[in-house]
Design a protein around this ligand. Structure first.
Ligand SMILES: Nc1ncnc2c1ncn2[C@@H]1O[C@H](COP(=O)(O)OP(=O)(O)OP(=O)(O)O)[C@@H](O)[C@H]1O
Ligand SMILES: Nc1nc2c(c(=O)[nH]1)N[C@H]1C(S)=C(S)[C@@H](COP(=O)(O)O)O[C@H]1N2
Length: 162
């Protein structure tokens, strides 16, 4: 079981104006992969988002951080920039597969600028804001997540498939 953090990037959510169904969807989909240890709703502000990621990665030492929201083209959509500012190495295959699989469902998938990467021994993944988008994107990456996290933690040395 891996330790998981969820960050919902949402102005409405942070003001208490909308129930955060997307954060809940992440916790539901990942129930078998790990345990949600920390959960924050943060307004769409780059420094606050980066700060939340640093806290979860460096202080709480969580294995996996999922963000939802703020990946689009809106003027306040800055989650990818907040993520790029704190990661050491990108993992491009994760957003590549999320967009590729999601494009089979909606052409709007191309509008998510989501990124993914490692900060030390923490993997950070951006997801879109809608609960549907969260489920569709997580479904796309889930098959490889456990293996990726094990390699990241130094618990699995072999990538060979049986
Ligand atoms: N955390 C969430 N929980 C439930 N629904 C959400 C959430 N985030 C987004 N949605 C849904 O996806 C739609 C598009 O999301 P978008 O990111 O554009 O939200 P928004 O209206 O700009 O507000 P904000 O950025 O303050 O969350 C919303 O109108 C809402 O229906
Ligand atoms: N799988 C999937 N990806 C998706 C969507 C979706 O419904 N399903 N919505 C798209 C839409 S409409 C937008 S605008 C972008 C960015 O969403 P965000 O700004 O809420 O992060 O994600 C896209 N990615």
């Amino acid at each position: 079981m891996f330790s998981i953090g969820i960050i919902t990037a949402s102005d409405k959510g942070a003001r208490g104006e909308r129930e955060d169904l997307s954060g809940k969807a992440i916790a539901e989909v990942l129930a078998e992969l790990g345990e949600v240890k920390h959960y924050l709703i943060v307004p769409d502000e780059q420094s606050a988002l980066s700060e939340a990621m640093i806290q979860m990665a460096d202080d709480r030492k969580l294995d996996l951080i999922l963000t939802t929201g703020g990946t689009g083209l809106g003027p306040r959509d800055v989650t990818p920039e907040a993520t790029l500012a704190v990661i050491d190495r990108q993992v491009p295959g994760i957003p590549e597969v999320m967009r590729a699989k999601s494009l089979e469902k909606t052409s709007r998938a191309m509008l998510s600028r989501a990124v993914s990467g490692l900060r030390g021994r923490t993997l950070i993944i951006n997801l879109p804001g809608s609960p549907k988008g969260v489920r569709e994107c997580l479904e796309a990456v889930l098959p490889a997540l456990e293996h990726g996290l094990s390699i990241m933690k130094g618990e699995a040395g072999e990538c060979a498939r049986p």
